[in-house]
Design a protein. Structure first.
Length: 49
C-alpha cells in the first residue's frame, strides 16, 4: 500500500516537472512522508498562482 502511494505521488510530481525533493533527494529515494510534503507544497504553490 505504501509503495502504491509513493508511486502515485512520484508520478504526480514528475508530471509537474519536479524531479528532486527540496533537499535535493531523488524522488525514488525519498520516504513517503517527504513525498507527501513535497506534493502538498506543490499544490499550495499552484493554488497561489
Amino acid at each position: 500500500m505504501v509503495e502504491k502511494r509513493k508511486e502515485k505521488l512520484i508520478e504526480e510530481l514528475l508530471s509537474r516537472n519536479v524531479y528532486k525533493t527540496s533537499d535535493e533527494r531523488h524522488l525514488y529515494d525519498a520516504p513517503l512522508k517527504t513525498l507527501e510534503n513535497e506534493y502538498m507544497l506543490l499544490l499550495k504553490k499552484e493554488a497561489g498562482r
